[in-house]
Design a protein around this ligand. Structure first.
Ligand SMILES: [Zn+2]
Ligand SMILES: [Zn+2]
Length: 346
């Protein structure tokens, strides 16, 4: 089969002709219909994020059709449409048994620690393959399993409830999903904090209150818009100490700030006046859980989570096209997601 692989760190991906993986009794073989090209893939290629071995087939955002089913897999049959949970986990350690597989001691990420979906076929454990309803295009089924799933996990970690107000710092891929998912959960007012005019306009067109952080401090603007109270939940999706601090300061009493963006910077907080007095919480968010995916899939099936066609760009399973897409990702500021759709596949 064709696979586009990372063979050397810092170099372009290359096309390879490799055997179709042989499956074990608990695995399924999936014919890949769509594989999202993600920012983390660009980081694996440059070496910013470390991978375990070379050569490696990248791609952790995968949807397709079941081609073969292992003898012990009972919930799927050949021909089923599926999307893939990218974290392969042991299922039996102290974290897995509690449904917290992101802390599994032997967890492996597809497309990082084991071969991913930049290929015609991928082998995954059956438990990682989730039925994909007909209403959801394969392209959407692939990309929602990364940023949308993490956005939903952030809302869950923040214990976001119907009617609550929310501030979303950063309107990239995560924010685009977080806004729709907050609405799907019957949010109160949504404030999107951005500096990019096109993203502010996009957030406004999707029903959010756009907070232009270039015009005045976002905390002051949110306080003013909420009659001095602040919001119930804030999501920091940028990865900067400055906006993390703003996410904490824009909270009202009992507010929760969920931090998703990655940074090595330190954040200063005055515990008495900024945390204790208001009983606010700062919550770390990492990845997402298998148990959250059925709800996510249902939001996409019912149209509450959408990726309009103009936000998707399709390339072939072709090294030149994929490398170009990874190059473009490194400095992208738009909402366009590029998805590999192998030709010759449905
Ligand atoms: Zn991703
Ligand atoms: Zn485990």
């Amino acid at each position: 089969m064709r696979a586009v692989q990372l063979t050397e760190i810092g170099k372009a991906l290359t096309i390879a002709d490799i055997p179709i993986p042989a499956i074990g009794s608990s695995d399924v073989l999936i014919r890949v219909s769509a594989a999202g090209i993600c920012h983390s893939d660009a980081h694996y290629r440059t070496g910013i994020s470390k991978i375990d071995r070379l050569p490696l087939t990248l791609g952790h955002e995968v949807a397709g059709c079941v081609e073969q089913v292992g003898s012990s897999v009972t919930h799927l049959s050949a021909g089923d449409r599926v999307c893939v949970h990218y974290l392969v986990h042991c299922g039996s350690c102290e974290f897995c048994v509690r449904g917290l597989e992101q802390f599994c001691r032997t967890g492996q990420m597809i497309g990082k620690h084991r071969d991913g979906g930049y290929a015609e076929f991928i082998k995954v454990p059956g438990v990682n393959a989730f039925p994909l309803p007909d209403e959801i295009p394969f392209e959407v089924g692939a990309i929602m399993m990364c940023s949308s799933a993490t956005a939903l996990h952030a809302l869950n970690k923040a214990r976001f409830k119907a009617g609550e107000s929310i501030a979303i710092f950063g309107f990239g891929g995560l924010g685009f999903s977080a806004l729709q998912l907050a609405r799907a959960l019957d949010s109160g007012n949504v404030y999107v904090v951005e500096i990019n005019p096109a993203k502010l306009a996009s957030a406004r067109s999707m029903g959010a209150n756009a907070i232009d952080a270039t015009s005045a401090g976002p905390v002051e603007q949110i306080k003013e818009a909420t009659a001095g109270r602040g919001v119930d939940v804030a999501l920091e999706l940028i990865g900067s100490a400055k906006t993390m601090r703003q996410a904490v300061l824009c909270l009202g009493p009992l507010g929760r700030a969920a931090l998703v963006g990655l940074t090595a910077e330190s954040m200063s907080i005055h515990p008495y006046t900024e945390l204790i007095n208001k009983e606010v919480e700062i919550i770390g968010v990492s990845d997402h859980l298998a148990t959250e995916l059925p709800a996510l899939i249902e939001f996409a099936r019912s149209g509450k989570l959408q990726f309009p066609p103009e936000t998707l760009r399709v390339v072939d399973l072709d090294a030149v096209q994929i490398n170009a897409a990874l190059d473009a990702l490194q400095d992208s500021i738009d909402h366009i997601r590029t998805v590999i759709v192998p030709t010759g596949v449905e």
